[in-house]
Design a protein around this ligand. Structure first.
Ligand code: G4P
Length: 526
């Protein structure tokens, strides 16, 4: 039987992130194909919200419901146990993605070769940077016309603010795309457009091998050598430690749809990607190989069926071994709890599991005990850090329209916020409640769920806000002076922290200039 440490060392827990349509779903599916978790392409239910349905959030929730099954995908690949954490494609659910990123040890970013770095990718990368998450980049859709790979590398570097190092290199692109030279292993793979089949490998010693010329033609072989020389000249040699420190991102090129360049990516990934990393708690750093179990809730998935008011809380195991029916302490409530039917997802099947190890994700059926960020341990009082809230993009006042149901409304709002659907701020001047979201959809989701799950009715009233910033200062007098001056715009978040509601970019700038002793934060983790 494998030891705890062996179990941990073989685990790779990561997320694939991208701007919608870059190919995240396709790449995920191809990775599952290699892992033998599925046998034919097209078997993965897309977690992608179809574009046509953007105005129909019920449909979206239905699709999200389906996506519970694909929330975590575990499979074995060689000696490795791989856990892919899925992230919602729709940007209105970006907050979900941010939180999922707190539960992974590394990330693969997919970029469309024609579109380059897009807005959503930039934002997600910021979250990775905050945590020094190691990142590998997969430039996708090489079978389509796109941009020059050197240009893409420059853009990745400047837009994502990370050093890049190509570990594979394309031979042409679009209609003339011939294949990829794998710099990491000095191999050559020729492109055969096929959705199911793995590419054809040419046996070569190195790039100067005559067989390269035979395989791709002299002109392209010469160009490839020239490109590689340039790469060696411009980019420092690949250093795994820089990657692990989140400073350098290795880059691969390929076509997910054609299963091309995917195996190379996966093979390199399992070798270099980190096994579960230590996790910071307020009290101390928790190492994955500690014997005692600990973990935290990073996601709560509600059941949209009002007849089954149950949720699944997703727990990332941070240390030790999680066991079914063992007694664990829920730190926030101080209660001991036992879980008789924890689930995990292996090879597309949801099963009740008896045990799980650091790096794994277990789904725990819940009826409202859990809140995002909750810690579970064998008894030690620790609180895992690092589930940041970001300043929402949209704000509305929430008003009760049924005075008989104000209790229900209160409870509903509280539970939905616990689940992380949106953020609540209470204006200290007029006591009104403000809900902040990253997208219009959440307002509809909240209104619907309040009515159907809690029997409460609400209406939205406009408020013109630009950003909510968490403020702090080492100088208490300065802080108080600021709060007095801006008293109409001061709110507190659910943890009671001071939040300044800036109604325009200009006002925020002025406030920053006028109050140099105040620090303004755009995320709650500082
Ligand atoms: P996402 O999860 O990041 O949103 O992207 P997804 O994988 O759904 O891919 C978006 C579209 O790009 C899909 O086409 C998919 O088939 C296509 N695609 C993915 N990888 C490649 C590639 O390597 N080459 C080419 N040419 N296309 C690729 P769609 O038409 O939107 O969807 P579908 O009808 O094919 O499912």
């Amino acid at each position: 039987m494998a030891t705890l440490n062996e179990e941990i060392q073989r685990r790779r827990t990561f997320a694939i992130i991208s701007h919608p349509d870059a190919g995240k779903t396709t790449l995920t599916e191809k990775l599952l194909l290699f892992g033998g978790a599925i046998h034919i392409a097209g078997a993965v239910k897309s977690n992608k919200i179809k574009k046509t349905a953007t105005s129909d959030w019920m449909e979206i929730e239905k699709q999200r419901g389906i996506s519970v099954a694909t929330s975590v995908m575990g499979f074995n690949y060689g000696d490795y146990k791989i856990n892919i954490l899925d992230t919602p494609g729709h940007q209105d659910f970006a907050e979900d993605t941010y939180r999922t990123l707190t539960a992974v040890d590394s990330v693969i970013i997919v970029v469309d070769v024609a579109k380059g770095v897009e807005q959503q990718t930039r934002k997600l990368m910021e979250v990775c940077r905050m945590r020094n998450t190691p990142v590998i980049i997969f430039v996708n859709k090489l079978d389509r016309e796109g941009r020059d790979p050197f240009e893409i590398l420059d853009e990745l570097e400047s837009e994502l603010k990370i050093n890049v190092r190509p570990l594979s290199w394309p031979i042409n692109i679009g209609a003339k795309f011939k294949g990829v030279y794998n710099i990491f292993e000095n191999t050559l793979d020729l492109f055969t457009p096929d959705k199911q089949k793995v590419s054809e490998r040419v046996e070569i010693d190195d790039v100067n091998d005559q067989r390269v010329d035979e395989a791709v033609g002299e002109t392209d072989a010469a160009k490839l050598r020239e490109d590689l020389e340039l790469i060696e000249g411009v980019y420092p040699e690949f250093n795994v430690d820089d990657y692990l420190a989140g400073q350098t991102a290795p880059v691969f090129f390929g076509s997910a749809l054609n299963t091309f360049g995917v195996k190379e990516l996966l093979d390199c990934f399992v070798k270099i990607a980190p096994s579960p990393r230590p996790v910071e708690a307020i009290e101390r750093t928790v190492r994955p190989d500690e014997q005692a179990f600990s973990g935290f809730v990073f996601k709560i998935h509600a059941n949209m069926d009002p007849n089954h008011r149950s949720c699944i809380a997703f727990v990332k195991v941070c240390s030790g071994r999680f066991e079914r029916n063992a007694n664990y302490k829920h730190i926030r409530s101080g209660k001991m709890m036992k879980f008789s039917s924890p689930t995990a997802f292996m090879a597309q099947k949801k099963n009740i599991v008896d045990e799980a190890f650091s790096g794994d994700i277990v789904g725990i059926p819940d009826t409202g005990n859990f809140k995002i960020g909750d810690t579970l341990t064998e008894g030690e009082n620790i609180h895992f850090k690092g589930l940041p809230s970001f300043s929402p993009e949209m704000f509305k006042y929430i008003e009760n329209t049924d005075p008989m149901k104000s209790k229900q409304l209160e409870k509903g709002i509280q539970q939905l916020m616990d689940e992380g659907v949106a953020q609540l701020f209470v204006n200290q001047f007029n006591g009104r409640k403000i809900i902040g979201t990253v997208g219009q959809l959440q307002f509809e989701v909240i209104q619907y769920r309040l009515l159907h799950e809690y029997g409460a009715q609400c209406r939205w009233e406009p408020i013109s806000l630009y950003k909510a910033c968490w403020i702090e200062s080492d100088d208490n007098d300065a802080l108080e002076a600021f709060k007095r001056r801006k008293h109409q715009f001061m709110a507190i978040d659910r943890e009671g922290r001071d939040v300044f509601l800036a109604d325009s970019g200009y006002v925020l700038q002025m406030a920053q200039a006028d109050f140099p002793k105040i620090r303004f934060h755009f995320s709650s983790e500082f």
